[in-house]
Write a protein that binds this ligand. Structure first.
Ligand code: G3I
Length: 355
């Protein structure tokens, strides 16, 4: 039986209950009582801190052990499945949906009253081969995508609070990425995807999620034009996600990122930092790299805290022990032993609104 521990939120959860929630009766502890689905989190004032979320994958939940779960429950308030909700994972063959892995993460989140960000419905990666290698007419591929979005969003209706509906539609120079969706359906695929997702769950908040738009540059300008156009067309877009996959030598100044967020906030949208991590590998002294990384975490968090419409910062994982870019890059707030790094303290400090 694992000892109790007090969450920073003043809640107490037994680790066994956490495992009970994940492994069911196998952990011999009664699973935590199912709690009502949390209300959508909104910052009621600029003095309220943005919420902190984390990307989680089923491998880590199942194998990383109690320190992973303890760190997640103690410090994070929302969950994004890292890859279990990608199309290749959910509909590997046409008409055959495999929700098991993603359902496990959603069930874990709901047992701990943690809202879930669904990620992602339409992307140019993780597309199953039966779609990629099909010889589709526009109408046929629209039907494929419509059926997929309707089935997935309906399955998670009332359990997934937000969706990254369209992920990374733009190239670095601000043109539409030539995904199969763009090539066969055309740019309308973006608006269609949002309308289909909204029809399947009118209460979910729908996001367009992009990377590399954290600077005032052509890609960000193109994103603003795309989003403004969707808004003007009455497309049910509820938010924009800025992924913020950053590097020690590639990160926006705080004033620039804050300015970008303010520009999108003026459209009346909810904003989130959706995939924050900072590549901090290299040969420079470790202490210097960790200090530089911490400064970047603080910049991003403070930029979000300064703009009331920016309601959440999600880090793309918790610990350097499990990151898509490799442990050597030390990109996350906790080290491989789940000890807080300078980045963790900087992230927390940056999330605290000033004034
Ligand atoms: O599919 C297998 C699964 O069956 C197996 O049990 C598991 C064991 O580790 O591996 C799975 O494979 C890989 C998975 O990551 C887990 O490592 C997938 O093949 C691989 O494609 C997947 O990569 C993910 C990638 O998106 C593509 O989905 C990364 O983890 C994930 O961090 C990355 O995240 C993306 C965001 O979705 C969009 N923004 C950029 C970000 C980084 O690329």
């Amino acid at each position: 039986m694992f000892g109790k521990y007090v969450l920073t939120l003043g809640l107490t959860v037994t680790a066994a209950a956490a495992f009970g929630g994940w492994f069911g009766s196998a952990a011999s502890a009664a699973p935590a009582p199912r709690v009502a689905h949390p209300a959508v989190f909104n910052r009621t004032s600029a003095s309220e801190a943005p919420q902190l979320g984390a990307a989680v994958n089923d491998v880590m939940l199942a194998k990383a052990g109690p320190r992973y779960v303890r760190t997640l429950l103690a410090h994070y308030r929302s969950i994004t499945p890292e890859w279990e909700m990608e199309m290749s994972q959910l509909e590997p063959t046409r008409g055959h949906f495999t929700f098991g892995q993603a359902d496990g993460i959603v069930a874990f989140a709901r047992r701990h009253n943690m809202p879930v960000r669904g990620h992602t419905l339409v992307w140019d990666q993780m597309i199953p081969s039966w779609v990629l290698h099909g010889d589709w007419t526009r109408a046929q591929l629209e039907n494929v995508l419509h059926t997929y979005i309707t089935t997935v969003v309906s399955h998670y209706r009332g359990k997934v609070e937000e969706w990254d509906v369209v992920n990374e539609p733009l190239t670095t120079d601000g043109h539409m990425r030539q995904s199969i969706w763009e090539r066969v359906i055309g740019p309308d695929y973006v608006a269609l995807a949002f309308r289909w997702a909204h029809a399947a769950d009118p209460n979910a908040r729908l996001f367009l999620n992009e990377y590399g738009a954290e600077w005032n540059d052509p890609k960000e300008h193109a994103l603003f034009q795309l989003v403004s156009g969707l808004e003007s067309a009455g497309v049910p877009l509820g938010g924009v996600g800025f992924q913020a996959h950053l590097l020690l030598n590639a990160h926006p100044p705080q004033a620039e990122l804050t300015g970008v967020l303010r520009q999108f906030a003026a459209l009346g949208l909810r904003l989130e930092i959706t995939e924050l991590d900072v590549r901090a590998g290299g040969s420079a002294p470790l202490a210097r790299r960790m200090a530089e990384e911490a400064a970047i975490y603080k910049t991003v968090a403070a930029s979000c805290a300064a703009v009331r419409a920016c309601a959440r910062v999600t880090t793309w994982g918790i610990s350097d022990a499990a990151t898509w870019i490799g442990t050597a890059n030390r990109p996350l707030p906790f080290d491989t032993h789940y000890q807080p790094k300078p980045a963790w303290y900087a992230l927390r400090a940056g999330l605290t609104p000033r004034g």
